[in-house]
Design a binder for this molecule. Sequence first.
Ligand code: SF4
Ligand code: SF4
Length: 488
Amino acid sequence: MASPKPVPPQPAAAADSPAKKVDWSNFRDHLATADQQGRRKWMYPRKVSGRFFRWRTWFSWLLLVIMFGGPFVTIHGNPLLMMNIPARKFVVLGQIFWPQDMIIFAVAVLLFAVGIIVFTTAFGRLWCGWACPQTVMMEMVFRKIEYAIEGDAHNQRQLNAAPWTPQKFLKKAFKHGIFFGLSFLVGNVLLSYIIGWHDLYRIIVDPPARHLTGLGFMIAFSLLFYGIFARFREQACTFVCPYGRLQSLLLDENSIVVAYDYKRGEKRGPLRRAQKFGERRYAGFGDCVACNQCVSVCPTGIDIRDGTQMECVHCTACMDACDAVMAKTGSQPGLIRYASLNGIERGRPLRFTPRLAAYGVVLAGLAAALTLMLVLRSDVEATVLRAPGSLFQQMPDGRFSNLYTVRVVNKTSREMPVELRLESPAGSLNVMGQGTIVVPAQKLSENSVLIELDPAVMKSGTTPLVIGVYSGGKELESLKTAFIGPRN
Ligand code: SF4
Ligand code: SF4
């Protein structure tokens, strides 16, 4: 097993303190990013290279193109994604959703949550390491800029410890200038996902006084992202993101995680010069040469050899660092690798198990259900209500009339002519002031509708009505309401 770590001296605890003493030798008892006084320990992860880092770099370029290009892509004239909360208008893959579509939204959120649970149970925090915008921006953009300006971890440490000189000031000012510029860009991209890039453009080119709220958000988002990427960093994943916290609930012994193969690695110990691996094994040592390279590249400062931890964002840096060490020592790569606890305990390589297949089927089923709901979603949403305060009226020809308010929402990006027909019982339906309703694109039309019935088709008191909503001769929706008349 792992050799015990030296226990640093502990601050004296008040004898009457109800607080449990921190066990500094137990990694689960304290944060890797805080010292014994509770002060933040600034992380200096070493530069990493290797096959996972290469694949992640390519993948993050793809994600960055999607992320930054997304607001400018339109489908049928609508943006790819827009979450306009102030205007209560939401666009996903070019489909406009209105507050009336809240059921679809609620189901989508539910499916999303179930999807996350199923995905995480099967594949661990694959999302965090490969696709989370926080990790992608932090590790693939901001961290690389920092390396380019200040150098690798040890150069950064030296620079921060050094007294202020004009050269240090220039370096820091240059770095933070770029960080703020990038944060401004990221903040604007986020804003364009909320209000659309056309509105964002207007905020930029119009006189500032006309868009004080928009400008306020622009500055707030820029400062927020600057704060996150320049200072807060890994703390966002550890303290703020609920997904990391959920990990302990969602993972089990079959979940795939970034894991240290302790069976192969222990007992760890340095590789002596000219020592062969066969001799090491004979002396009871495993493949881990206790070089700490896996710890030095970790952006959250943890030692993955201690086991799966909440702070681990599955960035794969330790896998690459350890593979490089294994290559130098002439051992097989994968001492730290994607594996499940069961896989490590039984020494099995990662396989596509029936369990993973079952989870994959559940995920595909959820995606199919949501797709079906979106495909079957009506382009028009109509509601009918009796006009407030109105009573039934008897006409000179003996028929009775009721007045209604019909609201029609056009969810498409084109103007839509809509026709209302009284389906049952037989009678007449008139849209007051116009024949056909024409609902402008993405707008709501409110219409007064008069329905007249012959007493012969009416029931005593209340008669059920069915109104069909048509466009281009196709029935889009069927509305049910009641016609009020005299009691016999
Ligand atoms: S990088 Fe590999 S060999 Fe080195 S300490 Fe970490 S697990 Fe052990
Ligand atoms: S333990 Fe490894 S995978 Fe997890 S955050 Fe640290 S370097 Fe990344």
